[in-house]
Design a protein around this ligand. Structure first.
Ligand SMILES: Cc1cc2nc3c(=O)[nH]c(=O)nc-3n(C[C@H](O)[C@H](O)[C@H](O)COP(=O)(O)O)c2cc1C
Length: 203
């Protein structure tokens, strides 16, 4: 019964918080917000993707702005069984329930990081947060004078990066942008262009 209720809750969350639009800024309905002016500067694209959707978005961004693309790879990759959140003893459910979870990555150090002003950081939405696979990358790097632009794909719900901001308080953080799992390349390009920043410019 408990198992059934948990599955039902997760499914309801996807549907209830869902939005038909393909691109969604979490703060869209947040009322008046002062938009800071961002300098032009070069970028890198860093992402984790378990089933390829966020990888597509990361590729679209990287190709469009000609930025290096880096994948965050868990030392122990997720199998489809690991990702089965309907199973209460699957890896993702156990990790989600563990406040001390930790996913070791092959590396968190990428060429081009030091020179980059902007880091596009992408991952799937897992339980309405960016997948915790990105945590080490955020915690173990120094983002002083850098701006992180978070993006995610999800079935329907938006997400919060409050936990990640605590791991890198020195960074400037853009608001969360969320794409539907099957967003098109042109929609991603439209979003990147809407930021109004020349990511090809030297710092
Ligand atoms: C463990 C897990 C948790 C998920 N949680 C959510 C969620 O809270 N909201 C949602 O809309 N989609 C959720 N999804 C669906 C994924 O966010 C969606 O399929 C995403 O596009 C997957 O991206 P990827 O292919 O890059 O891994 C979840 C998927 C998994 C495997």
């Amino acid at each position: 019964m408990k198992k059934f209720t948990s599955i039902l809750t997760l499914c309801s969350l996807f549907i209830l918080v869902g939005c038909s639009s393909n691109i969604q800024n979490n703060d869209e309905a947040g009322g008046e917000q002062e938009t800071p002016i961002y300098q032009d500067g070069n970028a890198i694209v860093v992402y984790f993707s378990a089933t390829g959707n966020t990888e597509n978005v990361a590729n679209y961004i990287s190709e469009h702005i000609e930025a290096p693309l880096y994948e965050l790879e868990p030392v122990d990759p997720y199998t489809s069984e690991d990702l089965n959140y309907s199973n209460q003893s699957s890896r993702v459910v156990l990790e989600h329930n563990d406040p001390n979870r930790h996913v070791e990555l092959e590396t968190v150090t990428f060429e081009g990081f030091d020179e980059a002003s902007y880091i596009f950081l992408g991952a799937p939405v897992w339980w309405q947060e960016l997948s915790w696979v990105v945590d080490d990358f955020v915690e173990l790097n120094d983002f002083t004078n850098k701006t992180i632009i978070p993006f995610a794909t999800s079935s329907s719900s938006s997400y919060s990066i409050d936990n990640l901001k605590e791991l890198a308080p020195e960074a400037t953080w853009f608001d969360e942008t969320r794409f539907s799992s099957r967003v098109s390349e042109s929609q991603v390009i439209e979003w990147v262009d809407s930021l109004g920043i020349d990511f090809r410019s030297e710092n």
